[in-house]
Write a protein that binds this ligand. Sequence first.
Ligand SMILES: NC(=O)c1ccc[n+]([C@@H]2O[C@H](COP(=O)([O-])OP(=O)(O)OC[C@H]3O[C@@H](n4cnc5c(N)ncnc54)[C@H](OP(=O)(O)O)[C@@H]3O)[C@@H](O)[C@H]2O)c1
Length: 179
Amino acid sequence: MEKKNKVFIATSLDGYIADKNGKIDWLHSTPNPDNNDMGYGEFNAQIDALVMGRTTFETVLGFDIDWPYQIPVFVLSNTLTEIPEKYKGKAYLLRGTVKEILENIHKQGFYRLYIDGGKVIQSFLKEDLIDDMVITIIPTLLGTGVPLFSDLPDKLDFECINSRIYLDKIVQNHFRRLK
Ligand SMILES: NC(=O)c1ccc[n+]([C@@H]2O[C@H](COP(=O)([O-])OP(=O)(O)OC[C@H]3O[C@@H](n4cnc5c(N)ncnc54)[C@H](OP(=O)(O)O)[C@@H]3O)[C@@H](O)[C@H]2O)c1
């Protein structure tokens, strides 16, 4: 099966994925009475497993909800020693270089991966290992915060293959790596 690493993430107008305190409540500032999932379900239907950074994992654990994923979640961390008991069998701890991590996940039979968390996405981009990015832009300037992007060794070209407007306020662009 073809290997794909995809991003589905929301940013502020100035490119942050969380505010300076790591909070993401501003993501939900636009009224959404019909609970429009803004393409999340459609995206998830094309994914075999998630790869997320420890910070994003801890954010998810802090939500007052049941475990929200039906597919395996690979949590990257050099500091966590184990996955909390409640999430064993659903989330798995991994560390290493991006290439080692991918090799490990591919060997387990997961090829279409959802890459989540700013630092993790940046480390994949540094190796030119992101194929697709769906970026939903919340029209708020945070001024500072946790950035989606960082320095890269070389420029990477993408093409915009789709653009949608949700709730009359939110633009979502789908970028595909041009190689
Ligand atoms: N706007 C959105 O749609 C959206 C989506 C996702 C997340 N978020 C938010 O964005 C923030 C994410 O923060 P972030 O960008 O700083 O972090 P992140 O990417 O979620 O996590 C970073 C951590 O992942 C671990 N890590 C990354 N690469 C690794 C590797 N190759 N090997 C081992 N460990 C590795 C390290 O953990 P250790 O320090 O444990 O080694 C690192 O500190 C959170 O506040 C989250 O809630 C927002």
